[in-house]
Design a protein around this ligand. Structure first.
Ligand code: AMP
Ligand code: MG
Length: 404
């Protein structure tokens, strides 16, 4: 059996990042940038005032006090968005607003609070401050402000907008189809006939995928029927960049995913040395060679395999350079056993003080959802470790990143 790491490596080798596209700034949050972004102009592109007040010759008002105020003639009013027409000379000033261009001659700004606010004469009772935002003090003309490979956020989008861009070239977010297979499944909220259960994986994965910025284009429940499943897979393969299925990949008589996909010859199935999540499948289907990841049906197995494999596939499609399985390390707060020769992913609660400590929560069966809902993380117990002791250091997958 291959290890999760070995399997992940081979899976990612079969995935190419999606072709870059030029997209509007409002649509690129979380996308990996596919170009360097150069400043089309300096920031600021003109010297402007950092205060509402009066643009002056600093020397004129250097001795101004409330007892000995200085009176200046106001040449003009300069709101933001206008351009000054006069030059400030000795004995004169221009009223100026925050962000408005500083007129020629002026080398200081007196805040409006330090004046009587007058027009066309102003009484100044304090010296000027500098309060002038210099050309290029933030960004220089032609400077590379964002680099290929970086992840776009509200902050970097703000900078792209400031330097004159309406669009940037990025790897788009993938469109994903989620197919829950199983004749026992019904939409959550529907009453259950005997033998039926609510489809948990559909909505769970929908949320996980959207949390990555990807789009769920299609989400469906398909019964264990080879013809129907083949049809659903064919349709999805034409429309999306990735198909994720759950269920039907173990050794049961109605494990239709395995049955349908094995016959195509482009999807491989194998057992991975991990718990939960042992049966996995990966390949491509359809004319567009759409990647497909088949996750096991038990919801906990599906979630663990999503974290360890499917999430990494989505990230690679998005143009991310490296997988991100572990969120770092923490300390175990409890002693517990772990199966031999398999990586175990243990649902656990986190306590954050001077150290980050984890406490396994609930029964660890892969159908147990009660404990899953209380879990903040998955502890990753390496295959060679059969007993975790209090104080041992473990890597983990942090679920809390989803609610941050
Ligand atoms: P399977 O891999 O199809 O044999 O499914 C394994 C177990 O997971 C069975 O108990 C299924 O009923 C359950 N299961 C499969 N798919 C889902 C789903 N979408 N939501 C909840 N439970 C599921
Ligand atoms: Mg099934």
């Amino acid at each position: 059996m291959r290890t999760p790491q070995e399997y992940l490596t081979s899976l990612l080798a079969g995935i190419e990042p999606l072709q870059t596209l030029r997209l509007p700034l409002a649509e690129v949050n979380g996308c990996v940038l596919g170009e360097d972004v150069e400043a089309l102009w300096a920031l600021p592109s003109f010297a402007n005032s950092a205060m509402d007040g009066y643009a002056v010759l600093a020397q004129d008002v250097s001795a101004a006090t409330p007892q000995r105020p200085i009176r200046l003639h106001v040449l003009e009013d300069i709101p933001a968005g206008s351009w000054p027409s006069s030059t400030v000379i000795r004995g004169t000033a221009a009223r100026i607003m925050t962000g408005a261009p500083v007129p020629a001659g002026a080398d200081g700004i007196v805040r409006v609070e330090h004046t009587d606010g007058g027009m066309p004469e102003v009484v100044v009772h304090s010296p000027a401050g500098h309060h002038i935002r210099r050309i290029g003090e933030d960004i220089e003309l032609g400077q590379i402000v964002l680099h290929q490979g970086q992840v776009m956020s509200a902050r970097s989008i703000a900078l792209a907008a400031a330097v004159g861009r309406a669009t940037v070239r990025v790897h788009p977010h993938p469109r994903v189809a989620v197919i829950s297979t199983g004749s026992e499944l019904v939409e959550p909220g529907r009453p259950l006939a005997p033998g039926q259960i609510s489809d948990v994986n559909g909505v769970m994965l929908d949320v996980c995928i959207r949390e990555l910025g990807a789009t769920v284009l299609r989400s469906s429940i398909i019964e264990d029927d080879a013809a129907h499943l083949a049809q659903a897979l064919g349709r999805a393969a034409d429309e999306v960049d990735l198909i994720i299925t759950t269920g039907g990949v173990s050794v049961g008589a109605y494990d239709t995913v395995k049955e349908v996909l094995t016959s195509l010859g482009t999807v491989g199935f194998e057992r991975i040395a991990m718990q939960p999540g042992m049966p996995q499948g990966f390949g491509t289907i359809g004319a567009r060679a759409t990647p497909i990841v088949t996750l096991p049906g038990n919801p906990v197995s599906a979630l663990v395999s999503f974290e360890v494999f499917a999430r990494q596939v989505i990230r690679k499609l998005q143009g991310h350079q490296s997988p991100q399985v572990s969120s770092g390390t923490l300390i175990s707060g409890e002693e517990f056993n772990s199966p031999a020769d398999k990586v175990q992913y243990v649902r656990a609660r986190l306590e954050e003080s001077s150290t980050l400590t984890a406490w396994p929560v609930g029964a660890q069966g892969s159908h147990i959802l009660g404990g899953l809902a209380q879990a903040d993380c998955l502890l990753i117990v390496p295959a060679e470790i059969e007993l975790v002791s209090v104080g041992d250091t473990l890597e983990f997958i942090d679920f809390r990143r989803q609610s941050r």
